[in-house]
Design a protein around this ligand. Structure first.
Ligand SMILES: Cc1cc2nc3c(=O)[nH]c(=O)nc-3n(C[C@H](O)[C@H](O)[C@H](O)COP(=O)(O)OP(=O)(O)OC[C@H]3O[C@@H](n4cnc5c(N)ncnc54)[C@H](O)[C@@H]3O)c2cc1C
Length: 404
């Protein structure tokens, strides 16, 4: 087995595979070590449970190494509008891509499809896919990294990247601290079949027990997210499909489009976390290994994909200039760039989560008025739409549609 690489990425999820494919496209020698077998491609009629709202910036990044073309063949669901409202006050705020002269705000895509498309391109571009493989130890410094696998094999690289998710073993082995806030809330996600075909709109309603959201999927399918206390989510999970369906129809707004069947459901604990550092000599963290957020605004994987694009740019710039890229003088640029941007988003999403959790009549009135006012404030709406599209701040080249 080949054992010497420019970069070894631990974790071949959506974010790790994006970094791997971007670097492989720039002719670096890259290996990805992934612990779990790849998911099977689901049939078109049964969408997988985990889906993400991908921003336009993420779309461009996936496009830069050919994964977006793969995804379009397997099916993505574009949306042009987002409606947000509180309680029964359906007026709320409508964000529309037409207001900012764009064709769409984003796409809803199944996570498995995103991972498979990125891994497919990574392999096609010459990347080495080591799966299923476990990492048992890592050793790193600015002169390089050694990654020991549970099989006894050893890999050498100029840089080790931890893309192994929120409970990152690489982060732990590197002794990088993480600040974590666990929410007293869980998300129950359900894939449903509806009588009416889904439209090109996502919606989110805020009620005191937590938000309720609908993400359209292809054809007569949608993904529903029901946030509530862990106790209530456990109760809902224990219901049989028929009783769950009845509660869902009773609780969710009528605009669901006639839910006919629950195809799948699952629940997820929610937390926010931020690593104290993203880099050490010979090591970098990206994606959920570096930060995780409350999913109410669908930002988690989009932030991770931006990390991957920014780190790829920093590495490739140094490599082309004939400089080593494992030292802090190069990696520090990635950390300064992404950690401050992510910190702002983490704080904003936490504040929104708290604001919409306060169950006080005067606060509720304030929120409804704010949403009504925001609907009439065109510049504010345009700004939020551009944030949702991921088109704000200092974007990596491939997120702007340029070459890496
Ligand atoms: C309910 C819910 C809804 C969400 N909705 C959205 C949304 O709409 N939009 C959005 O942007 N984000 C959303 N998110 C967040 C998003 O799912 C995460 O941010 C995203 O999955 C992170 O991707 P990642 O590749 O960094 O990590 P992961 O998806 O966790 O992937 C990590 C990979 O590393 C592998 N791995 C782990 N440990 C090891 C090891 N020791 N060795 C080798 N491999 C290892 C794992 O098998 C996995 O493949 C949502 C999250 C939740 C909970």
């Amino acid at each position: 087995m080949e054992s010497s690489f420019d970069v070894v990425v631990v974790g071949g999820g959506m974010v790790g595979a994006t970094l791997g494919a971007s670097l492989a496209q720039a002719n670096l020698r890259v290996a990805i070590v992934e612990a779990s077998e790849l998911p099977e491609v689901g049939e078109l009629n049964t969408p997988a449970l985990r889906v993400s709202a991908l921003s336009v910036a993420s779309q461009r990044i996936l496009q830069s190494f050919g994964a977006w073309d793969v995804l379009q063949e397997t099916g993505v669901c574009p949306y042009t509008r987002m409606l947000v409202w509180e309680g029964e006050d359906v007026q709320g705020t409508l964000f529309d891509s037409a207001d900012i002269a764009e064709s769409h705000l984003g796409h809803i895509v199944e996570n498995d499809k995103i991972q498979l498309a990125a891994v497919d391109r990574f392999k096609f571009l010459g990347g080495v896919w080591l799966c299923p493989k476990q990492v048992s130890a890592v050793d790193f410094s600015d002169s390089g990294a050694v990654i020991s696998l549970a099989t006894g094999e050893e890999l050498q690289a100029a840089l080790l990247v931890g893309a192994d998710g929120a409970r990152s073993k690489v982060r732990e082995m590197a002794n990088i601290g993480v600040k974590t806030k666990r929410y007293d809330q869980q998300a129950l996600v359900a894939t449903v079949r509806t009588a009416a075909p889904q439209q090109d709109i996502t919606w989110q309603r805020f009620v005191p027990s937590g938000p309720q959201a609908l993400l359209p999927l292809q054809g007569h399918h949608a993904s529903l997210v029901w946030y509530n206390s862990p106790q209530e989510i456990q109760r809902l999970k224990a219901l049989d499909d028929q009783n769950f369906l009845e509660e869902l129809v009773e609780t969710f707004p009528e605009r669901l489009g006639g839910v006919e069947a629950i195809l799948e459901r699952g629940s997820f604990p929610l937390s926010m976390s931020h690593a104290e550092y993203y880099v050490k000599p010979g090591l970098a963290l990206i994606g959920d290994a570096a930060h995780s957020v409350h999913p109410l605004a669908g930002q988690g994987v989009n932030l991770g994909i931006l990390d991957a694009a920014a780190l790829a740019e920093v590495i490739v710039d140094a490599h082309r200039a004939g400089r080593a890229f494992g030292g802090l003088h190069v990696l520090g640029r990635y950390q300064r760039w992404r950690r401050s941007d992510n910190a702002v988003m983490l704080k904003a999403l936490d504040a929104i989560q708290q604001l919409f959790s306060w169950d006080q009549p005067n606060v509720s009135g304030l929120r409804s008025s704010a949403l009504g006012l925001a609907d009439r404030l065109t510049p504010a709406k345009k700004l939020v739409s551009r944030y949702a599209m991921g088109l704000h701040g200092d974007l990596p080249r491939i997120a702007r549609g340029e070459d890496l």
